[in-house]
Ligand binder design. Structure first.
Ligand code: NAD
Length: 481
């Protein structure tokens, strides 16, 4: 039986994420006009804090391993999630930190990349032990200046969420009593604890906007033999956690896509007529599993979803899923990487040789850090987005509608007037900012592909865009005249 986060390929080199990111960087570097020493500086991981700490579990002391990697200080603060997993190691944390640097640069979020982790099982550890682990981990980071609003700002990742971020901010503010910007020490907090509306769904929503942008270009869709737009597209999603659920739900509800397959660590569901994602989420909340959901064929092999016949495959669970072992059997025309590192470089070569379009992780899952950036700016400005302008905008819209009514002589129905003159709420502004960010980043990648001979895939283009921006920022710091 498959275990959670099982890694099934034996090729350790292919599955080393740190080496994989280094290969992605090396593929893009020749297309960047920058000094070799500067490129070395950009790719290296600047700092790694690796530590152990004790927690009392059922009256006995248990030791836990923790990490926080700081990949790049070209922008401050640094930013990156906290992962709770039994399979995490130092190389994975460094790889994830480096992906954060390139991701932030690509989507114009002014942070350096970081990542943290604790080796623990978030699914089987009692909540009170998770709280102790989180608070102690935060304390260790604070002790070494690896957390703080202007220094390093964690966020959720696999195995963590709003709850852990609330514990972190509480611990940090206890240590830094009276620090005005303490709420900005982590993002992804509950809204009542200084969070922002739309952060929980942000990565999945960003996945949706990224797919919308990619599916909007008729030349690309023609090449893939697909129609323009997301409407009616057959989608398979691997994972049913935060990123996967929101991506699937929004693709279905707002994009009109048909979600025909879902894969989890313990098996997959398949229904060619489409799976009702919100109903499946309710079922999972009640039973703890996706299995047993009416109307679906159940498949035991958790990797079967990767090979289902579909238009878009969204691997949104864990790394190293599409490898040299199974890439040739992937049938999707678009692989949309919701997770970090779901495709190994060898897997990618095979997909590209088959003409598959890969929407790379550093682009597609950047919605989380983008909205985290909005949350951080909200925290340091101490004001909710839209608070100042809303009433003004509602008044202005009503005056415009009054004018239109007086010119046309046709009064608007009250509900229509309300819809046209409601003014934006925080969630509207967050979604607008996120979509714009994803659209701009997609355009930048496409521009590189159009103008740089030899850049033929979106991941290389994304790295070229990101490395260029980081190199420029180092040059502007005056370190490399
Ligand atoms: P999560 O913990 O909420 O969900 C992960 C899901 O994957 C769980 O439902 C888990 O059961 C499932 N899973 C575990 N092993 C699996 C396997 N072998 N096969 C299929 N499913 C499996 O995590 P998340 O926050 O949704 O993160 C998922 C991915 O997205 C990670 O790679 C993470 O780094 C990346 N990511 C997350 C965010 C964020 O904001 N949460 C942002 C950017 C990137």
């Amino acid at each position: 039986m498959a275990t959670q986060e099982a890694k099934t390929v034996d090729n350790a080199d292919e599955l080393n994420m740190y080496k994989a990111v280094a290969r992605q960087f090396e593929k893009a570097a020749p297309f960047v006009d920058a000094d070799k020493g500067l490129l070395d500086q950009i790719s290296a991981c600047n700092n790694l804090y690796s530590f152990t700490f004790p927690v009392l579990v059922e009256g006995k002391v248990q030791m836990f391993e923790g990490w926080r990697a700081e990949h790049s200080h070209h922008r401050k603060p640094l930013k990156g999630g906290i992962r709770y997993s039994l399979h995490v190691d130092e190389d994975e944390v460094k790889a994830l930190a480096s992906l954060m640097t390139y991701k932030c640069a690509l989507v114009n979020v002014p942070f350096g990349g970081s990542k943290g982790a604790v080796k623990c099982d978030p699914y089987r550890t009692p909540v009170e032990v998770l709280e102790k682990i989180t608070r102690r981990y935060t304390f260790e980071l604070a002790h070494k200046n690896f957390i703080g609003p202007g220094v390093n700002v964690p966020a959720p990742d696999m195995g963590t969420g709003e709850r852990e971020m609330a514990w972190m901010v509480d611990t940090y503010s206890t240590i830094h009593h009276g620090e005005l910007d303490a709420f900005a020490c982590v993002t992804g907090k509950p809204v009542s604890q200084g969070g922002i509306s739309g952060r929980t769904e942000a990565t999945g929503r960003g996945v949706y906007y990224g797919i919308v942008e990619a599916c909007a270009r008729d030349d690309d869709m023609d090449r893939l033999g697909l129609s323009v737009g997301t409407e009616g597209k057959r989608v398979v999603v691997q994972g049913f956690g935060n990123v996967a659920y929101h991506a699937a739900s929004i693709l279905q509800k707002e994009g009109g896509a048909k979600i025909i397959g879902i894969g989890e660590y313990n098996g997959c569901l398949y229904n060619p007529d489409g799976i009702d994602i919100d109903a499946l989420q309710e079922h999972r909340k009640k039973t703890g599993y996706i299995q047993g959901f009416p109307g679906c064929e159940e498949i035991e092999d958790p990797k079967a979803c990767l090979e289902m016949d579909c238009d878009i495959l969204v691997p949104a669970a864990i790394e190293n899923q599409i490898t040299s072992d199974n890439a040739a059997r992937v049938k999707a025309k678009i692989v949309a990487e919701g997770a970090n590192g779901p495709t190994t470089p060898s897997g990618e070569e095979i997909l590209l040789s088959k003409g598959v379009m890969i929407l790379p992780d550093i682009f597609l899952n950047a919605g989380g850090v983008t909205v985290s950036y909005f949350e951080w700016t909200k925290n340091i400005s101490h004001m909710r987005f839209g608070r100042m302008a809303k009433r003004f905008e509602v008044g202005r819209d009503h005056r415009m509608l009054d004018l239109i009514e007086s010119v046309t002589g046709k009064p608007l129905a009250a509900d229509r007037r309300e819809a046209l003159a409601s003014g934006p709420n925080e969630i509207d502004l967050v979604r607008s900012g996120l979509w714009n960010t994803m659209a701009d980043a997609y355009d930048e990648m496409k521009e590189v592909m159009a103008n740089k001979e030899g850049v033929n895939d979106l991941r290389t283009a994304a790295f070229v865009v990101a490395i260029n921006k980081i190199a420029t920022s180092y040059e502007q710091l005056g370190i490399f005249p």
